[in-house]
Design a protein around this ligand. Sequence first.
Ligand SMILES: Nc1ncnc2c1ncn2[C@@H]1O[C@H](COP(=O)(O)OP(=O)(O)O)[C@@H](O)[C@H]1O
Ligand SMILES: [Mg+2]
Length: 374
Amino acid sequence: MIVPPATLGMLGGGQLGRYFVMAAHRLGYKMVVLDPDPASIAGAAADHHIVASYDDQTALHDLASRCAAITCEFENVPAATLALLEQRKPVRPAASAVRICQDRREEKAFLREADIPVAPYLALLAEDPIPAQASELFPAILKTAREGYDGKGQWQVNNLDELATALAGSGVPCVLEKLLALEGEFALTLARSPGGAISALPLVQNWHSGGILDQTRSPANAPALESEAKRIAEHLIAALDYVGVLTVEFFLVGGQLLVNEMAPRPHNSGHPSLDNAECSQFELQVRALCDLPLPEQIAVRPALLINLLGDLWQNGTPDWAALLALPGLHLHLYDKGKPRPGRKMGHITITGDNWSTVEDTCRQARLLLGLAPR
Ligand SMILES: Nc1ncnc2c1ncn2[C@@H]1O[C@H](COP(=O)(O)OP(=O)(O)O)[C@@H](O)[C@H]1O
Ligand SMILES: [Mg+2]
């Protein structure tokens, strides 16, 4: 067990890393963040910020020397970086698990192998001829195998011509996925300790807009789906021999849960846990990394989350004073600098004792923000 005031290391310095720093600090740990951006918001919150690229060997050795254990806030840290650090200190999640989550082809192959339903798909390479089975998937979404997020690196294609153009344009390995009629989107965030103990947050329901998360309901209030999602996620996290926090995204199609993708980290849709849960997803990440006991049950209050994208700043700064006057509203701003359309600048979580109050406050908040009702 790694106990405070040990120093923990974080690869990546965005808002997820920043919340990890805050959770670690609250428990009495010291923090080092490695991120190439001198303006990294997690770097600013940490005790020490190593400004270096993720493959800078000298910087990685410096990180390993300073820390008792290391984790990451995003899946695109090179697996070779994690493998190098593993030779010196505990790295959780391990390179072998992150490697699978950072490539949609490997992820889907792993899910199929584990007998977990996924959307019908094909792995494609720009330089190879398009296989005939592609026609069975239209209308479809072409997704780059690596580095996509918030709907980036995705194109809807309706026929072979559109597919050929999009694939050539991408120039990288992709997966082609059938466009599904989604009855709902859900996510489950869970943690696993080095000894194999598992602790899960309640299932949440998500609503996306243009491929970016817009609103989350925690808990989803769907007991049958929640137990099925837990069964699937617990099976996956054990099959990956995963240590740390993992989020599994689900599609509901024809009453069945399919796994969309896995994130080897806390997740935007887990942010309600900062305000409505006895243990947040970031405290779970600290606990799993340090091998502290994981909570058996995590009780939550009703909560709705609204993401604050840079688009909201187009007509001036949102009216924080009016928003903060709403009961049960928790404002989170990430201090990220310039608001750009599609950029996640913060979020709001509305908590309360019952759903009707929370939903009512959420409607008022969306109105004040100029967002369409949900
Ligand atoms: N096969 C699909 N059918 C219908 N909608 C999809 C499909 N794949 C993705 N989407 C929509 O796009 C969103 C983002 O896609 P996802 O694969 O999760 O990529 P990202 O890595 O950007 O989160 C999903 O949450 C969902 O709303
Ligand atoms: Mg996703």
